[in-house]
Design a protein around this ligand. Structure first.
Ligand code: SAH
Length: 264
């Protein structure tokens, strides 16, 4: 590695800014440049980032409305790092779950830029906690799978047959517009039609909303279920636990108490 800057690929957590790690917080306080996703909470930048850091909003649906292609994000990382700067690339949730970290890693390696990877709380885990749905509760599920069905090629027929039968908890990312199709496919391959599906919108934020359906309630083609992004779909027996263990009702954050001087 040559003596250039450094890129920190860091997870911002699922939405609630307090879910960030101290390690990422420490880097945000030192960063020269922060490239941030649309999923990372603005509060994190406003409250914790080095006030002199340059903030660059990137991401497919970033709040500014600008779409940044991955190639441009890669170029930006290199551009800043080659000036000897400390660059934090902040991504929503965890850096490795359904993100483009692989492209960024290849680019960094190719240009011999030093990097670190700091994990974050992925939205499945944030949603599970804040919705009171323990993903592998004893006697309910022995495993959990993180999936995406953002297009119909991501899951083949053979896999649907298996998913329909499994007792594992299934968490679908980037798939909220496929809610009805997911229910139909599970039913088609003979899932228990009374199995529960939770839709968790804006998990861990004050706007979190959790709705629970049975598969058979979602089989009507004409059903229109309005889902606000970002949202996750959780399928499995564990969803039954939501009623009993739901505890979060959109409380606001209390971030100011650790605003200054943490982990310097
Ligand atoms: N790296 C992220 C996922 C990026 S893919 C992570 O680890 O969470 C984007 C998808 O993540 C969204 O389409 C949605 O399915 C899910 N997601 C991210 N944040 C979410 C949130 N606060 N609530 C519900 N779903 C969320």
């Amino acid at each position: 590695m040559n003596n250039q800057g450094k890129v920190i690929l860091a997870g911002a957590g699922a939405g609630d800014p307090e879910l960030i790690t101290l390690k990422t917080l420490r880097y945000l306080q030192k960063a020269d440049v922060i490239l941030t996703d649309y999923l990372a909470s603005n509060v994190i930048i406003d409250e914790f980032a080095n006030p002199t850091a340059e903030i660059v909003y990137v991401g497919k649906q970033c709040k500014s409305g600008i779409k940044t292609p991955q190639a441009s994000i890669n170029d930006l990382l290199i551009h800043y790092a080659q000036q000897g700067l400390l660059v934090v690339r902040l991504k929503g949730g965890d850096v490795s779950i359904f993100s483009n970290i692989y492209d960024e890693l290849i680019t960094l390696k190719k240009h011999q830029i030093n990097f670190e990877i700091i994990p974050g709380i992925t939205s499945a885990l944030g949603a599970a906690a804040y919705a009171g749905i323990p993903l592998t509760a004893r006697e309910y599920a022995n495993a959990v799978r993180f999936l995406t069905f953002y297009n119909t090629h991501t899951i083949e027929t053979a896999q649907w047959k298996e998913l329909a039968k499994t007792e594992d908890t299934l968490v679908f990312y980037m798939s909220s517009d496929k809610l009805i199709t997911i229910a139909q496919l599970l039913c088609q391959y003979e899932a228990d039609a009374s199995k529960k599906i939770a839709v968790v919108e804006q998990a861990t934020t004050p706007h979190q909303r959790v709705r629970v359906f049975e598969i058979n309630e979602l089989l009507n083609e004409n059903l229109s279920i309005d889902i606000i992004s970002p949202a996750l779909i959780i399928v499995g027996k564990v969803v039954n636990l939501h009623n009993e263990f739901s505890w979060f009702h959109g409380q606001n954050y209390e971030v100011s108490y650790f605003k200054q001087g943490v982990a310097t």
